[in-house]
Design a protein around this ligand. Sequence first.
Ligand code: PPE
Length: 319
Amino acid sequence: MTLPLTQTGSQTSSGIDAGYIWFDGELVPAAEAKVSVLTHALHYGTSVFEGIRAYATARGPAVFRLKEHAERLLDSAKILGMPRTLSVDEVSEAVLATVRKNGRDACYIRPLMWYGSDSLGVNPGKNRVHFMVATMPWGVYLGEDAVREGAKLVTSSWRRSPGDVLPTKAKAGGNYVNSVLANQEAKDGGFDEALLLDKEGYVAEGSGENIFFLKGGTLYPIAHSINLRGITRDSVVQIATWMGTPVEPTMATRDELYIADEVFMVGTAAEVTPVSFIDRRPIGSGEAGAFSLKMREVYLDAASGKVPEFEHWLSYINR
Ligand code: PPE
């Protein structure tokens, strides 16, 4: 039997333009950052990761909210019971060094910590913890169309896991099977993204985004204890407060989103993405909302160092 080329070709080739990768303390060409097929994390999803962005600014590239991301990575590791091998400062320095080495003005940054290949079996006991940081170009997450016209969401048939099934506060590899299934189902159905509910039917989050809605001039961030503690969500709440918009975190059912004036999604990859339809119902006029677009603009300005109030969120590469 002949296998398709993708399975017989070089097992280490990647379609991702990652340049140099930080790999256990060294910067190595991406093709040399290899792991064993017996890696514990590959078999059981025992990894924790972050998604961070660096933006072009007048003072060169800057990493957005680096400290918060480094802290959350170590919190995720703590939740999984991984031995602590690095400090927040060491994680941050590795991120800065990787961005610096690759020389891009802007990029997406993916730090990952995982159990290695010292032993298999569910118990990770003997495995060493590894750490890598990759950077890569990553444009508009849900596409330019989704930003211009608003994204079309569909309620997923997959529910978000309750906190006693999976540790939803950890950004752990294994948790993301839920996001993969939901996102795939949405895309296969012709939608841009999935809206995930909890077991009781309350809105949780998108497959990779937190959700906000606007009603009568008040901004409502979806507050649910099973959601990832989103860093973009925190940035947007702070920006809205600074802009003078009342903010009231709330739980919501899906129909409350149907009748909102505006809905938008936020995340490091998605930044701020307006939502125009949910379950084929128009949100407001069925276009990207004015507040959502304004928030996207101010968020990107803040991330690019154009809003002095929020410049403390940036870590400049060239110090
Ligand atoms: N919820 C989930 C489930 C999630 O994955 C993300 C980030 C967020 C909320 C927003 O969190 P924050 O980035 O701190 O604002 N999703 C990351 C992964 C995306 C991917 O496709 O991979 C991201 O945006 O980097």
